[in-house]
Design a protein around this ligand. Structure first.
Ligand SMILES: [Zn+2]
Length: 580
């Protein structure tokens, strides 16, 4: 009888152990990534067997399915407010933003199971993992990354609306983005990781790393990440057998000529989290290395990040608080950056010798990497960025309620907002958009503006009951200023939120306006002089009847004041407001 019980127990053990293996592990050649159904079934089963793990669903994605967050908590506390009260850190790992780059999906499934099985959950860190972010793309399975070495099939980069979700964090066109922003602003992680696979050059490393560009990152956090956390990650990964290099993005085809540190502006996941003072990393495994190695390297990176987070939990909490306080006081904000090609560092790089030979396709010269000729040499590392645009924050911004999407996003991001109690005329600064550039074709569903030039004007503007006042004394000042200042590289203006102000609503018929314009010039000698002066400066104006009429019209009381007027006001002096 004992033997039978023992046999049954052994059988049960193997059944359970087998059930806990991931589809990647169960596959013969380890060249397989789990499907959406397999991911969800796996986590549901694991959560059912372990009280230290819980699944939470947020919002819906564009395909109608909720976003699933896997939470691992050593002491089984799953309330984000309580976790903050316990002074624990939250680490958020995002997987499958690009489902064709699925290492993080499979590595996270093994990682969760092993932490639970080995009773190895960190005591000071709650681990949150997005099971798969771009569910829509994950379901659209095939072989769409032609240069990638496995897995056999995988999801597609675009979501159901064909959006690249890793460009959507400010414009938030996708419901996936709204759900993830809800997760970030609910769980308030101090560290964020986004798992990817690279494109581009060939070299010896399995794993490459993007960290928030140090000149863009909050300086308190940058001091810690660049001196302690990142070097420690590099050290630990080398020890684990997956030595890393900074993400390889080169000015020229081959990295021999140097690599440029990646600038993740706020449209990217880690650019958005950097605005929230969250320490952020992107792993980019190398597309030409076997899939299993890429999965294991991602696994080891997550383990290293958890271990250092656990060790430095108290310090990271203090640094986050200091960074938030610094941002609350900060007066001037960077809005755009450019790489400083004159000011570079060097790094030891393990590459393959690049060469050129005739192409079998075109007969023309083509680049290739000779894997029989590996090298280690010092190359240039362009990791310094200059600020190219700044803005001083006002005391407060006034956002008319008409721009409802901004209010929705600000609520989602926990921005403190007040509302005017009555219709109120305010004396404040408004911007007129003097110039901007727009491409002729759309990018990610938008005609992204750039190079905005502004004319700031002090004026009286009437706002209405319920319009929003946003004071700039908040930990999220960076998000506020970088989205509301039109010169921001990923401002709401850049992403077309305000395009309706770029068109005039009224005009004039020349033959009717001729008499009125003549009368205006007669009655207003100053305007007449202004026109004459302009004509002297501008021969095109001097030779165009239409242009002169337009000049008079635009300088007349008939001309609409809201044309090209950026509708968000800037309160620059202490103003007593009656607020709801
Ligand atoms: Zn990617």
């Amino acid at each position: 009888m004992k033997k039978v019980v023992l046999a049954l127990l052994i059988c049960l053990f193997f059944c359970c152990a087998k059930a806990q293996l991931t589809p990647f592990e169960l596959s013969k050649d380890k060249n397989y990534t789990a499907t959406y159904a397999e991911i969800m079934a796996y986590y549901k089963k694991l959560a059912g067997q372990n009280a230290q793990m819980k699944l939470f669903n947020y919002g819906t994605t564009d395909i109608g399915k909720p976003l699933t967050l896997v939470v691992l908590s050593c002491d089984k506390v799953f309330d984000p407010v309580l976790i903050k009260k316990q002074n624990k850190r939250v680490l958020l790992i995002n997987n499958g933003i690009h489902p064709g780059e699925p290492e993080g999906i499979d590595a996270s499934m093994m990682f969760a199971r092993n932490l639970l099985k080995k009773n190895a959950l960190p005591k000071n860190v709650v681990i949150c993992m997005v099971a798969v972010y771009n569910i829509d793309g994950c379901l659209n399975r095939g072989v769409s990354r032609i240069n990638q070495n496995g897995p056999g099939s995988y999801g597609f980069r675009g979501n159901y609306r064909n959006l690249d979700l890793n460009r959507d964090f400010i414009k938030a066109d996708s419901r996936n983005t709204l759900a993830l922003e809800q997760i970030i602003n609910t769980w308030k992680p101090e560290i964020f990781l986004d798992n990817h696979t690279s494109d581009g050059a060939d070299y010896q490393y399995v794993m490459t790393l993007i960290e928030t560009q140090k000149d863009k990152q909050n300086s308190i956090l940058a001091a810690y990440t660049s001196k302690i956390l990142s070097p420690e990650l590099y050290k630990r990964m080398k020890k684990s057998g997956y030595e890393m290099t900074p993400y390889v993005e080169s000015e020229e085809a081959s990295p021999d000529s140097g690599i440029v540190s990646f600038l993740e502006t706020p449209r990217f996941a880690t650019g958005y989290t950097a605005q929230h003072n969250i320490i952020s990393y992107i792993t980019e495994t190398h597309m030409l290395k076997p899939f299993d190695k890429r999965v294991y390297a991602t696994y080891d990176f997550m383990q290293a990040l958890v271990d250092i987070n656990e060790r430095d939990a108290k310090l990271i909490g203090e640094l986050k608080q200091k960074a938030d306080e610094q941002v609350m006081q900060q007066q001037t904000f960077a809005l755009n950056w450019a790489v400083d090609l004159k000011n570079y560092d060097t790094l030891n790089f393990k590459g393959y010798t690049a060469g050129y030979k005739p192409s079998d396709v075109s007969g023309l010269s083509r680049l290739y990497y000779d894997r029989s000729k590996p090298y280690t040499k010092k190359i240039k590392y362009f990791d310094n960025y200059k600020v190219t645009a700044t803005a001083d924050k006002p005391i407060a911004y006034v956002i008319p309620q008409a721009w409802g999407k901004i209010i929705e996003l600000y609520n989602l991001n926990n921005i403190a907002m007040h509302q005017l109690a009555h219709d109120t005329t305010l004396n404040l600064q408004m911007y007129y958009i003097a110039d901007y550039k727009t491409p002729s074709r759309p990018f990610e569903g938008h005609y992204l503006h750039s190079d905005a030039k502004l004319n700031p004007v002090s004026m009286k503007v009437k706002f209405y009951t319920g319009d929003y006042i946003v004071y700039t004394n908040q930990p999220l000042n960076r998000y506020i200023v970088e989205t509301l200042e039109p010169q921001g590289v990923d401002s709401f203006f850049a992403w077309n939120f305000f395009d309706s102000i770029l068109g005039a609503k009224e005009g004039f018929s020349n033959y009717v306006f001729e008499e009125v314009a003549a009368d205006l010039l007669k009655k207003d000698p100053e305007l007449k002089k202004k026109l004459d002066d302009e004509k002297l400066k501008d021969p095109k104006l001097a030779n165009s009847a239409q242009a002169q009429l337009t000049f008079v019209y635009r300088n007349s009381p008939y001309f609409e004041k809201t044309y090209l007027r950026y509708p968000v006001g800037r309160i620059l002096t202490t103003t007593k407001l009656d607020l709801k």
